[in-house]
Design a binder for this molecule. Structure first.
Ligand code: PMT
Length: 396
């Protein structure tokens, strides 16, 4: 519930992407936000107020003269109660109106009367987006301190391909979370590893482990939300890149090592969340191993480089954070790993808690002692880890 207690006015304007705003209401609500929907008249041609009322659990406002507000000041009351106004989708017409301070309907009036931040997710046809008039309005809105989310490029409802498509609801949610998070790592560059590695035995078989990448991706999102520039070196996982994060996909430990070492020196913080294979196959077969060629094929293992230890050994290298997954003796083994790798902080988790699921239990071990965190989702724990890192690096 990352938006618990937040009041968000979601403005919906006329465009086919209005149907995606319904999912956005659901996603914001799932994170604990109280969502008040206000629609332009145009938006009601695409989606009914009933849809938004059912999803938000609140009456939807469309009319400046709505009699439900006892003081007849819906525009003031609704916008003053909000922590932020998010307009998604924002049509070219709506952007033009608010860029010029026009207040011809309830939503535009709320925008003009607001005291809170305004986030706008444009959605329009490619030519409309590229039109000099729209670009002038965009420049004006940015100059006025309005935050633009997107637009994305891709296939549009009209069949054309290009810039102007609204960000997906999940991406908009990510942007809202990032916007509202304290910027504990502003200006920092953070390098993170996540997921498993895959060590080939032959072209179709290999040695890997059960890391899903969830913990590492949650740490990447939390670091980005804290204002850092994040690079995520990811082993093979089934997730899309987190919004605003630069992802480098690798397969083996050696590939992960090369990707990390190429970037470590210019990073401020390195967080090794990946479950890296300690060994790789020295005699990986070029062709698929055949069962009937006599005997069990021998697999020879050689040690992989310890990425975290090598980054920690760099002169003037980044602040290093490790992870340790243990089946027992968590404190003893995690602290031993921390000292052996010569790193200031390690996050320990039990194997049965850490691998795979959405939740975890972490204990943070640093030079001053142990900090057990309450069991929680990996997103919540990732944020607490980032707060601890910010404290240790003097950013908090
Ligand atoms: O991906 P999930 O399903 O969400 O699961 C998350 C997790 C359980 C994988 C994660 O929370 C975790 O604990 N990751 C570390 C796993 C581990 O036990 O690593 P290790 O003990 O092998 O290594 C200790 C540290 O050194 C880790 O930071 C690891 O990234 C790093 N390491 C290890 C070996 C190696 N060759 N290079 C490394 O950098």
């Amino acid at each position: 519930m990352e938006l618990q207690g937040k009041r968000i006015v979601l403005g919906v304007t006329g465009g086919i992407a209005a149907y995606k705003a319904a999912e956005l209401v659901r996603l914001l609500g799932k994170q604990g936000a109280e969502v008040q929907v206000a629609m332009t008249e145009g938006a009601t041609h695409f989606v009914t107020t009933t849809t938004f009322q059912a999803l938000s659990g609140k009456p939807v406002f469309t009319d400046q003269w709505d009699a439900r507000m006892p003081n007849a000041m819906a525009h003031i009351d609704l916008s003053r109660q909000a922590d932020l106004i998010l307009v998604a989708p924002a049509s070219a017409d709506f952007m033009a109106r608010i860029a010029n301070g026009l207040a011809g309907d309830l939503l535009a009036t709320m925008v003009l009367a607001r005291e809170c931040p305004l986030l706008v997710a444009p959605a329009m046809n490619l030519q409309m987006w590229e039109n000099p008039a729209t670009q002038r309005n965009v420049t004006q809105l940015l100059a006025d301190g309005v935050h633009l989310l997107g637009p994305a490029s891709g296939e549009q409802a009209c069949g054309e391909v290009g810039a102007g498509r609204m960000l997906e609801p999940e991406e908009i949610l990510e942007e809202v979370l990032a916007f509202l998070s304290p910027k504990l790592l502003a200006g920092k560059s953070v390098l993170i590893t996540a997921g498993p590695t895959f060590e080939a035995i032959d072209p179709v078989r290999g040695i890997t482990n059960l890391s899903s990448g969830r913990m590492g991706y949650a740490v990447a999102r939390a670091a980005r939300q804290a204002g850092a520039k994040v690079t995520l070196v990811s082993g093979p996982v089934g997730f899309c890149s987190p919004q605003g994060v630069d992802r480098i996909s690798v397969r083996s430990a050696l590939e992960m090592y090369a990707a990390v070492m190429a970037r470590a020196a210019e990073s401020d913080i390195f967080i090794g969340v990946a479950a890296v294979a300690d060994y790789r196959v020295a005699n990986a077969a070029e062709h698929k191993l055949k069962k009937d060629t006599g005997g069990i094929p021998p697999i020879e293992l050689v040690e992989n480089p310890d990425i975290l230890a090598e980054v920690a050994a760099l002169k003037d290298g980044p602040f290093c954070v490790g992870f340790a997954a243990e089946s027992r003796n968590l404190e003893e083994y995690a602290q031993t790993k921390r000292r052996k790798k010569n790193i200031p902080l390690i996050a320990g988790n039990l194997i049965q808690d850490g691998f795979g699921g959405d939740d975890n239990r972490l204990v943070l071990f640093d030079e001053t002692g142990n900090y057990p965190l309450a069991p929680a989702s990996k997103s919540v724990l990732a944020r607490q880890l980032i707060e601890h890192i910010a404290t240790l690096t003097g950013e908090n």
